[in-house]
Write a protein that binds this ligand. Structure first.
Ligand SMILES: [Zn+2]
Length: 426
């Protein structure tokens, strides 16, 4: 028996005796050693992990689980996951060699995840982002109803909060065990992306890792404003053998690799894993500072609703502020009333007012601030800062007017004196 065969046997033995539950943070293969999928070199897993699972021999990018990805691109301690408890059911009572429910249970125990994607928010070099990461270890990263729902919710959340969206794809395609329920996720995700990209005008970066195939390629993976791939990643719709048999033709060797697709214009960039975080942060910073950017808006009907309690709290807060804020004679409020329909025609205006307080305080002169109740001022700043929003999208109200900054509303409304209007404008 060769030493390699012995190591392999030991690995299998260990795997059999290992406890069933492995958290994704621990290594799935359970052994000390693994083999490079590309060049076959034997690699020490501990060192491989430190090298972000890039082969020391040939630079091939081995598969990474979703937890490692989060650690790789999100600042330490800032990850906050969304919809962690969403769990799939078996609507078709599907059975092949095994029941679908059994397969699910097995995958859940092995990975510690509920389904093949992790979604959440976090900071990337200090920039707030919404991130979805598919996990190939969970049933081949296949997209079922839960994966689709989680990604859709993430996109909707990012739209409301004005966050940059990053989706890291690693998938075999739609999940066949859920039939049409998994296929409809493609349309659902694409529809929410349409609002995110075309209405709210926010940035979506899709990152394709090996392998990205099937329904995922046919929907959100290819919809990125920027499409980034990892070196030598396998990206395609149908498999190589299927295409060869259908066309009765020999395909080139590098067919469906990232390099081939970049050459043919399907991708924007190939970025090695070690530079990925830096590349993302530089891209987002560049985009944020770009001139001539079109303002986005969220169409009426899909804005986030404010709960009754929150609305009442904001209403009271605003009353308190509006009475104290303009107590100086110079800043007299003309005919201001909370019942004025012209001013308050949407519950969202309250939110707008709160968010805009930061801007107002930045612009008013220092002498004005001195006359202001400092306690109130601190409270306002605190509340404004609590809303961790970098680039908030504009929205349209019922009458299809574009609602923008409170400051702009303030200038256009008749309830402040001309003197103050002049002050704000200059
Ligand atoms: Zn290698």
């Amino acid at each position: 028996m060769s030493i390699l065969a012995w190591i392999e046997d030991q690995r299998k033995l260990k795997l059999l005796n290992a406890p069933k539950y492995n958290h994704p943070a621990s290594d799935g293969s359970q052994g000390l050693w693994t083999r490079c999928d590309n060049c076959g070199v034997i690699l020490y897993i501990k060192h491989l992990k430190e090298n972000q699972r890039v082969c020391f021999g040939c630079g091939y990018h081995l598969q990474m689980n979703s937890q490692e990805r989060i650690e790789n691109i999100i600042d330490l301690g800032t990850w906050r996951s969304l919809d962690e408890t969403l769990s799939p059911c078996d609507p078709l009572e599907f059975k092949d060699q095994k029941n679908y429910t059994e397969r699910l249970k097995e995958a859940q125990e092995r990975t510690g995840l509920q389904d093949a994607v992790q979604t959440g928010t976090g900071l990337l070099d200090g920039i707030p982002v919404a991130v979805g990461i598919m996990d190939f270890n969970f049933m081949g990263g296949s997209m079922g109803s839960v994966v689709g729902e989680k990604i859709t919710r993430l996109i909707e959340y990012a739209t409301q909060e004005g966050l940059t969206l990053i989706l890291i794809c690693a998938s075999g395609g739609a999940r066949m065990q859920e039939g049409i329920f998994s296929l409809m996720q493609m349309a659902k995700i694409s529809a929410s992306l349409q609002v995110y990209q075309s209405s709210a005008n926010l940035l979506y970066i899709s990152i394709l890792t090996s392998p990205t195939t099937g329904g995922v390629t046919a929907s959100f993976a290819m919809l990125g404003d920027l499409i980034i791939a990892e070196p030598k990643a396998l990206i395609g719709f149908a498999g190589r053998r299927v295409i060869e048999q259908t066309l009765q033709e020999q395909l080139p060797d590098d067919f469906q690799t990232a390099e081939y697709l970049l050459h043919h214009g399907l991708l924007d960039l190939i970025v090695p894993r070690s530079f990925l975080k830096q590349a993302l942060s530089e891209t987002i910073t560049l985009y944020k500072d770009a001139p001539f950017k079109k303002l986005g808006f969220i169409p009426f009907g899909i804005q986030k609703n404010i709960s009754f309690m929150t609305e009442e709290k904001l209403r009271r807060k605003w009353k308190e502020w509006s009475q104290n804020l303009f107590k100086n004679e110079e800043f007299e409020i003309l005919k201001f009333s909370n019942d004025n329909e012209k001013i308050i025609d949407s519950e969202l205006l309250y939110r707008e007012i709160l968010l805009s307080f930061k801007n107002i305080f930045n612009i008013f002169s220092e002498s004005f601030l001195k006359t202001l109740d400092s306690d109130l001022f601190n409270k306002a700043i605190f509340l404004a800062n609590q809303e961790k929003i970098e680039w908030r999208a504009f929205y349209r109200d019922k009458k299809n007017n574009l609602k923008s900054d409170f400051l702009e509303n303030l200038i256009n409304q008749s309830f402040i004196s001309d003197k103050l209007k002049y002050k704000i404008k200059n």
